[in-house]
Ligand binder design. Sequence first.
Ligand code: NAD
Ligand code: UDP
Length: 387
Amino acid sequence: MASGRVDLDGNPIRPITICMIGAGGFIGSHLCEKLMAETPHKVLAVDVYNDKIKHLLEPSSLPWADRIQFHRLNIKNDSRLEGLIRMADLTINLAAICTPADYNTRPLDTIYSNFIDALPVVKYCSENGKRLIHFSTCEVYGKTIGCFLPKDSPLRQDPAYYVLKEDDSPCIFGSIEKQRWSYACAKQLIERLIYAEGAENGLEFTIVRPFNWIGPRMDFIPGIDGPSEGVPRVLACFSNNLLRRESLKLVDGGQSQRTFVYIKDAIEAVLLMIENPARANGQIFNVGNPNNEVTVRQLAEMMTQVYSKVSGEPPLDMPTVDVSSKEFYGEGYDDSDKRIPDMTIINRQLGWNPKTSLWDLLESTLTYQHRTYAEAIKKATSKPVAS
Ligand code: NAD
Ligand code: UDP
């Protein structure tokens, strides 16, 4: 497996130890899987939960058992964090509150999680001369310049007004009472701090801006493996509706546009960053699939078709229903209008391109959702309600 691996410049890859914070989440679980199956690297997996990586931790007879260790700790208040960062060659920080339903309803938790709690991680890396890969977000771009043009302006079709470039595009957020932007703003400030640590103190860093990575194990299904009143990100919301044969809820008409990338494609990009420090250090990378753009309405329609194919159930008579953002998310919600990543920098530095079409990634993801949850939902919905 590991022997003979070389980096993009033909140099042999030396096995390293990675302190992965937030390893028990959606992205962390896929990254751990990839590192265990295809590389010789060791992982110190830090999180408050480990359900999504249990299959990598047990039984102890797994071939990689001596290369992954789980450390259950909350980085807000645990003195073991610095020791773990010092033991590793590289720290990857994925820990965050990152579901839009929280940004306007729990803005303090959101800001603390995405800025204050990330500060010691940056500090320990900088002080101990350790490399850091920090997960930011495409949301730091906020809204596109084009969305402020008149609806009928031909300039709206000009990529100069909407394509998001790491070293060029401005960050455009709404007013302070639109608390949706608490997340983006906190992520932007931690990016600026990391960049400044690089410039002033020589921190070796890479910043990742994910553009809607989706796939198996993303978030939770309300009432099954998460709170019944919880609102996860759109993939899990729509999966939940499809599993329960409810209409998919389109917020404010579902006109916002997103580009979706398959988690397995995106993880390839992260592995290239890990194993090619000379090409990744000091860089900010967009990681997304510009070819997979849809409106949220189109996403709902496509998921309805794909789910019908993989489950064998007929599509609903009323597949979608409109809902206002105030009703769905509460006061202070706002939205990014369009998110097309510019790919120049990641192509140039790492030669990475996504491969999977939206249809194909939805087919494998919804097959997983159906296999994992359909029975549990059937059981939960057939239980008599306690009086
Ligand atoms: P996730 O919620 O599935 O994973 C985050 C993990 O961090 C969770 O397992 C959580 O328990 C852990 N965590 C949070 N606070 C912690 C703390 N104080 N101590 C220890 N562990 C803690 O989210 P994800 O989708 O895997 O996202 C990972 C990162 O990527 C986040 O920083 C997020 O902002 C960023 N991101 C992801 C996407 C995407 O498309 N999935 C898009 C933009 C940005
Ligand atoms: N959305 C929706 N219905 C839902 C959940 C989300 O219409 O049940 C919309 C949401 O308003 C946003 C888009 O889908 O325009 C993507 O939402 P997601 O939760 O994935 O987060 P975002 O891409 O905004 O970070």
